[in-house]
Ligand binder design. Structure first.
Ligand SMILES: NC(=O)c1ccc[n+]([C@@H]2O[C@H](COP(=O)([O-])OP(=O)(O)OC[C@H]3O[C@@H](n4cnc5c(N)ncnc54)[C@H](O)[C@@H]3O)[C@@H](O)[C@H]2O)c1
Length: 367
């Protein structure tokens, strides 16, 4: 897979204790990479990290990316070939409670990372993960393309637009013309579902918490349509993009920003997602629409033609397959009594079955 690019590579993952970081770490270890993690201490309560950690990492560091004096020597010591930057305050609602933490972790933290790579003269491929929310949401029905204007109503969305600008600016000012420094690219995805997400205020973790406590699921916005995507879809996109830009170089067309969104058939109302969850794990839901809640952006979808034509990347699983895989993961962990035991193997088996489906679809990255 990925032209054997990752085998033996030193890969640094910021945000490795998080939801996407966990799945990316596991997949990289499947590919034979030497994976180094750098994050804040994992949050209390169940995490994906605690069930996958033993088999995944060559090293793990607790480090706050807002602290440049701590970050820079850590980067110098790891000297990665590839960096996947996922560390961020990743929740819209929390950005209303702590806007400064959100801005400094997301935008300034990205500047710190790129500056640490620059001043330590590390020739690596860097992929910065942002979000579909980096676009100025005009609340129109067209899908957003990579060259649409950046923006953001809430602080989280703005911080992701700002992260894009930070990456672009460091790239143009320092990386592009310096032969000692590698390419910097950004990747935009959103509304990701999958096993092992325990974040507050996200719909699937909210469903799981309610189901585990045998209470009805309270749905804030049942009619809101969202572009749902299984986590392995966008992680596969990140792996695909980093491997290609490492090969093609920083002046190639792939050395740029990419959307990794779902197929249009995965655009479904929250109510439909919850019904699909309940088909896999029986329970009940109730309408808890809150008209006075914080501003929630209207539908925003990503155009994925660029990833399809330049990378040959496209979604593999249908909406139903993605939801099923997600709920099977949680049931396996919480209902079948496998709280920790065997979850790393179970998670690896989900990656293998996703890859097998991608092979059957003939996607070029599987070669
Ligand atoms: N999950 C989604 O639906 C989604 C959608 C769009 C974009 N994203 C983006 O993907 C990335 C990963 O998201 P996730 O869902 O895995 O988030 P998560 O909250 O599960 O994990 C966040 C990770 O970042 C680390 N982190 C946060 N602040 C840090 C700091 N100051 N210093 C060091 N580490 C820090 C945490 O320790 C954790 O490892 C983020 O950039 C997020 O904005 C996620």
């Amino acid at each position: 897979m990925f032209n054997h690019f990752y085998s033996g590579k030193r890969v640094l993952l910021t945000g490795h204790t998080g939801f996407k970081g966990g799945w990316l770490s596991l997949w990289l270890s499947e590919l034979g990479a030497e994976v180094h993690g750098l994050s804040l201490q994992a949050a209390g309560g169940p995490t994906l990290h605690e069930v996958i950690a033993p088999g995944c990492f060559a090293s793990q560091r607790v480090c706050d990316i807002r602290d440049f004096k701590a970050l820079s020597p850590a980067i110098a010591e790891i000297r990665p070939d590839v960096v996947f930057h996922l560390a961020a305050q990743a929740l819209v609602r929390r950005s209303y409670q702590d806007p400064l933490e959100t801005f400094s972790s997301n935008a300034t933290g990205t500047a710190h990372l790129l500056e640490a790579i620059r001043i330590n003269r590390i020739h690596c491929t860097t992929l910065v993960v942002t979000s579909d929310k980096c676009y100025e949401n005009r609340e129109w029905e067209f899908a957003y393309r990579e060259n649409d204007p950046l923006g953001g109503h809430d602080v989280y969305s703005m911080s992701k637009g700002a992260t894009e600008l930070v990456a672009q600016s460091w790239n143009r000012s320092f990386f592009l013309n310096d032969p000692d420094l590698g390419p910097v690219v950004t990747a935009r995805a959103g509304n990701v579902i999958g096993g092992g997400d325990y974040a507050a205020d996200r719909i699937v973790p909210d469903c799981i918490r309610a189901l585990m406590e045998a209470r009805p699921i309270l749905i804030r916005n049942p009619a809101a349509v969202r572009p749902w995507q299984h986590v392995l879809e966008c992680i596969g996109g990140y792996l695909c993009l980093a491997a290609r830009v490492a090969r093609d170089g920083k002046t190639s067309p792939v050395a740029s920003a990419f959307n990794f969104g779902p197929d249009p058939s995965s655009l479904q109302p929250v109510r439909r997602l919850v019904e699909e969850v309940l088909a896999c794990w029986p329970g009940e839901w109730v309408d808890g629409s809150d008209q006075k809640g914080v501003h929630e952006a209207k539908l925003l979808t990503l155009a994925i033609d660029k990833a399809a034509s330049l990378l040959g990347w496209r979604p593999v699983w249908t909406f139903d397959q993605g939801v099923r895989a997600t709920i099977e993961w949680y049931r396996h962990r919480h209902e079948a009594g496998n709280f920790e035991h065997g979850m790393e193997g179970f998670s690896r088996s989900q990656i293998r079955s996703y890859v097998a489906d991608a092979v059957r679809s003939g996607l070029p990255w599987t070669a």
